[in-house]
Design a protein around this ligand. Structure first.
Ligand SMILES: Nc1ncnc2c1ncn2[C@@H]1O[C@H](COP(=O)(O)OP(=O)(O)OP(=O)(O)O)[C@@H](O)[C@H]1O
Ligand SMILES: [Mg+2]
Length: 283
């Protein structure tokens, strides 16, 4: 695992608590090419200990796949990366997560701004009860990314094209997003997420509601996005992880068991639990 040099850590630190020493340490330790650094991340939901001492470097301009059996903590960890877990009352996150060397749980970080930089696509499509156009224009509007209607139109069209949805919706942009099919709704959510040009895109089983054609289109998009962004995808499909990712993280019972180059993880895993999972013996 490619690790940054990490200074000695205080055992009592807690995310969400401002701590200059930790933030400065993160700045000093950020390695080139690393977009997000996680160190000793623990997550509890009430008494449930969902993630245990997870440390990983998410690289820039690469696709990282999170794989592992149901309930192992993939979605939980993904949600840590843009503070979506803040919205779950019982959820407590400790440890350090830094983006470009800045602690994202610092009190001065606005979670709404953070989520524009770290976009997310959920397993279940969740379009807003608005038109197709307004779903995609929502982020650019609140973040002031367009100065004119023409510019906003251009952003909306480009985002819908990237999500492979433009041709299907260009003549009905004013209709409700919720009126689309499940697979179209998911591509709309992808368009909404890419419309703000996030630096990191988190995708939680984004293709589970898609047919093989739309899946292939989304995989192409992921490949295109990694030229500019860091992409993290949770998937239950080994084939998909092998096709789209350069790095793979295998989770099991709340532990990050193994992390490395996708080709290496799939052909020569170091840990017997990884091997059992990818060969279909656990899961
Ligand atoms: N909102 C929540 N409240 C309480 N417990 C939760 C919550 N979300 C997840 N958990 C628990 O945390 C653990 C990890 O769940 P998580 O959803 O991260 O797993 P996952 O690897 O994404 O699984 P799947 O592949 O089924 O989506 C599980 O034990 C789950 O029951
Ligand atoms: Mg999940």
């Amino acid at each position: 695992m490619a690790c940054v040099d990490w200074p000695a850590q205080t055992p009592e630190r807690e995310t969400g608590v401002e701590d200059n020493a930790i933030r400065d340490a993160a700045g000093a330790g950020a390695a080139p090419g690393v977009k997000i650094t996680a160190r000793d991340v623990d997550v509890h939901y009430g008494a449930t200990h969902a993630l245990k001492q997870v440390s990983v470097d998410i690289e820039d301009r690469m696709v990282t796949a999170f794989i592992g059996p149901s309930g192992c903590g993939k979605s939980t960890f993904l949600r840590c990366l843009n503070r979506m877990n803040d919205t779950i009352a019982s959820c407590r996150v400790t440890g350090l997560i830094a983006m470009d060397g800045e602690n994202i749980y610092d009190r001065r970080v606005d979670p709404v701004q953070l989520r524009a930089r770290v976009g997310m696509v959920f397993q279940k499509p969740n379009p807003f009860p608005k038109s197709i156009y307004d779903n995609v224009a929502y982020g650019p509007r609140i973040h002031g990314l367009a100065v004119s209607r023409a510019e906003l139109d251009g952003i909306v069209e480009q985002a819908l094209r990237r999500a492979a949805l433009w041709d299907e919706v260009k003549d009905r942009l004013g209709e409700p997003g919720t009126g689309l099919s499940g697979g179209q709704q998911q591509r709309l959510c992808i368009a909404r997420a890419v419309a703000t040009e996030p630096e990191v895109l988190l995708m939680d089983e984004p293709c589970s509601a898609l047919d093989p054609i739309a899946t292939a289109q989304v995989e192409e998009l992921i490949d295109e996005l990694r030229r500019s962004y860091s992409v993290v995808i949770v998937t239950h499909s080994m084939q998909q992880a092998a096709r789209v990712s350069q790095k793979t993280a295998f989770f099991h019972l709340g532990h990050l068991v193994e992390f490395g180059d996708t080709a290496h993880i799939f052909t020569n895993p170091e840990d017997p639990r990884t091997e059992s999972y990818i060969t279909g013996r656990i899961g």
